[in-house]
Write a protein of this length. Sequence first.
Length: 433
Amino acid sequence: MAELWRNWAGNQRALVEVAGPTTEVELCHIVRRAAEQGRHVKAVGAGHSFTDVAVTDGVLVSLADLDRVLHLDPQAGTVTVQAGARLHELSQYLWSRGLALENLGDIDVQSLAGATATATHGTGGRFRGLAAGIVGMRLVTGSGEVLECDATENAEVLRVARVGLGALGIVSTITLQLVPAFHLHAVEEARRLDEVAEAFDDLVADHDHFEFFWVPHTGWALTKANRRNHEPLAPLSGYARWRADTLLGTWAFGAAARVAVARPSLTPKLARLVPGAGRLEYNDRSYEVFASPRRVRFVEMEYGVPIEATMAALAEVRAWIDRTASPTMFPIEVRTAAADDIPLSTAQGRATGYVAVHVPHGAPWERYFRAVESIMVAHGGRPHWGKLHFRTATDLAPAYPAWDAFQRVRSATDPDGVFENPFTRRTLGPVGG
């Protein structure tokens, strides 16, 4: 029976048949049956992508019940988990055993498979995105068969499928390389944007992890600088965390965002009034520092550009906002990542700077996002696959040197297009095309 599915942001929805396998055998059966019936299949994790990457006119496979840890190898420093495991719960499990993910994004409610499939990355000039830590996986292909992929078996499939967009098959299990558990010393404070932009290269080089949020219509940036360590924990007090995340980050900002949606002309004034929590300094578990709660609904676009182009691209976005008097309320986020070798990763072959723009739920976003995309494309930008963009296969292919390698694996694992949907046809083209 069909039911209405929608993503976290509420901007994607579909009336679909939802299947919820609890074992890999059930998952294979679902795919095999759909293939025999000529139907399409897509997998969904937490539904935290803003694009239609998981939308289908066929069977939507929820990975929610495939969320168990299957094997932990402390000697090798690896863990094998089912694809639907949520990042936050996985981090807690690993921490209790003295291990951690090397890097993590600033949201950790996603499923492991969903986050890696769309190249979720986090920040840190010396650290790669989450998918780069994958050393093995099991992939259910378009025929309902299982491919075991690691460094010795189906190695090329593994290299490509670490960021697979759900177009190569459905990942049932993932094996990740881990690191010993570590703490992050964090300093969060407001600084002048011009000062941050001028010192950007040094700030990235001098900190293990650095990011900032520019508040449009102001000259201020909210910075977050982290240092990895094993010193004693000194977390924020319960009140300080509540004040920063809930009182200011949710209630005050949420109220300002709602007013901005209703009265766009007030946005510049509201932006100057959005409160900050002052300077915060603390030392906490890595996963507690990396991620922050997101309780205000929004839609987002993010682009990765060569790291040396990051500040120039941001300056052009700022100039466009000032020139057009665009009523932009949400802070613009800037992060970095080290280069990796994954064919469809935004950081493939190059150190990368990321610029992310957001719009509150219910507010118009297309004009703003198209303008930002035009700027990013001019700087060689690649879009985050889970965030809104307007690119198509024709102009995306030249942006990825290993594009053909991805397409070859896609033709081999899904020759009949079982995992096709409007997103893949638009951004990747047809299978074998």
